[in-house]
Design a protein around this ligand. Structure first.
Ligand code: AMP
Length: 281
C-alpha cells in the first residue's frame, strides 16, 4: 500500500496504477480514521467493484460544530495503516488540513434541499455543510468513479447524494450495510471512547430499533410508534436526543408507516454521542 500525503503524489500514484493495471475504475472510501471492521467492509466492497482502491483519512474540522468533540476524536494513524495493509487498499491518502483547505476553510454554499435541517442537522448546526464541503473537495482531488459510504450514517448518505446531484458529479455513490458487533452495537470510531459497561448500555439503541421494527408490523401511526419507541428507549440509561421516523429519501416525517419507513436515533452514552438507524418496513 502506498501512502500519499499531497495531491500531486496521489494523482501520480493513481495514474501509475491505472497504467500498470490497464484499468481505470477508481473506488474511493473517505474516512476520518480510527478504523474498524465497518470501514474495512467499505474497502472490501470497493475492491469487489473497482480495479483501484483509494482510502482517505482526514479528520475534517469543518464538520465539527463542537470543538471538544473535534479534539477528543480518536486518532490512531499507525494502527489504521496496519489495518489497511491487510486489505485491498492500494493507496491511503492522508492529507494535512493545508492540503484540503489551502486557503483556510472558506465559505461553502450548497442547497441540500432541506436534508441538512432535520435530525442531525437540528442538533449539529453546519455539520452537513462541512461534510458536503469536504467530500466535494475530496472527490475533486481523487476523481473516483465510485465512492462507498456506510448506511450507518444514513442522513450523511442522503446529503452526499444530493451534493453530487446539485454539482452534477459523475461519481456513483454506493451504500454499504451497517456492520455491527456480535451484540448488535453499530461499529463506530466513537465506540473506542466507551467503557465496557457503556458499550453494554449503548445496546439500548439497537434494541429500540428492533422493537420499532417489530411494532411497525402492526402499528401504522408514526406518532404512536415514535412515542412507544421513546418509552422503550427510556428504560435504558442513555440520554436521548431524538428518535425520528422518516421517509428514506426526503428524511421528512411520515404521515403513515409505509414501505421504506426508516427510524433514526441519536443519543448520548456518557459524553459520547452515538447514532444508529434501521429500515422499519
Ligand atoms: P467515519 O470515519 O466515521 O467518517 O466513517 C467513514 C465511512 O465509514 C462512512 O461512510 C461511514 O458511514 C462508514 N461507516 C462507519 N461506521 C460504519 C459501520 N458500522 N458499518 C458500515 N459503515 C460504517
Amino acid at each position: 500500500m502506498i501512502v500519499s500525503k499531497n495531491i500531486d503524489e496521489l494523482r501520480n500514484n493513481i495514474s501509475e496504477l491505472k497504467h500498470s493495471r490497464q484499468q481505470a475504475v477508481v473506488g474511493y472510501v473517505p474516512t476520518m480514521g480510527a478504523l474498524h471492521s465497518g470501514h474495512l467492509e467499505l474497502v472490501k466492497k470497493a475492491a469487489d467493484k473497482c480495479a483501484i482502491v483509494v482510502v482517505s483519512i482526514f479528520v475534517n474540522p469543518t464538520q465539527f460544530n463542537d470543538k471538544s468533540d473535534l479534539e477528543k476524536y480518536p486518532r490512531t494513524i499507525e494502527n489504521d495503516i496496519t489495518m489497511l495493509e491487510g486489505t485491498a487498499c492500494d493507496i491511503l491518502f492522508y492529507p494535512s488540513e493545508e492540503v484540503i483547505y489551502p486557503d483556510g476553510a472558506t465559505k461553502y454554499e450548497i442547497d441540500l434541499n432541506g436534508l441538512d435541517r432535520v435530525m442531525e442537522g437540528k442538533y449539529r448546526k453546519g455539520h452537513f455543510n462541512g461534510v458536503a464541503m469536504v467530500v466535494e473537495r475530496l472527490f475533486e482531488i481523487v476523481e473516483p468513479q465510485m465512492a462507498f459510504f456506510g448506511l450507518k450514517d444514513f442522513q450523511q448518505l442522503a446529503v452526499i447524494r444530493q451534493m453530487t446531484k446539485v454539482r452534477g458529479l459523475k461519481v456513483q455513490i454506493i451504500p454499504v450495510e451497517t456492520v455491527r458487533s456480535a451484540s448488535g452495537l453499530a461499529l463506530s470510531s466513537r465506540n473506542s471512547l466507551l467503557t465496557e459497561q457503556e458499550k453494554v448500555e449503548a445496546l439500548i439503541i439497537y434494541k429500540t430499533l428492533l422493537f420499532g421494527r417489530e411494532l411497525a408490523k402492526i402499528e401504522t401511526d408514526p406518532e404512536v410508534l415514535q412515542r412507544e419507541m421513546i418509552r422503550f428507549f427510556e428504560k435504558g440509561n442513555l440520554k436521548l436526543e431524538y428518535i425520528e421516523i422518516v421517509d428514506p429519501l426526503s428524511l421528512q416525517p411520515l404521515a403513515k408507516i409505509a414501505c421504506g419507513a426508516h427510524a433514526c436515533i441519536a443519543a448520548f452514552c456518557g459524553s459520547v454521542r452515538l447514532i444508529d438507524n434501521m429500515q422499519l418496513k
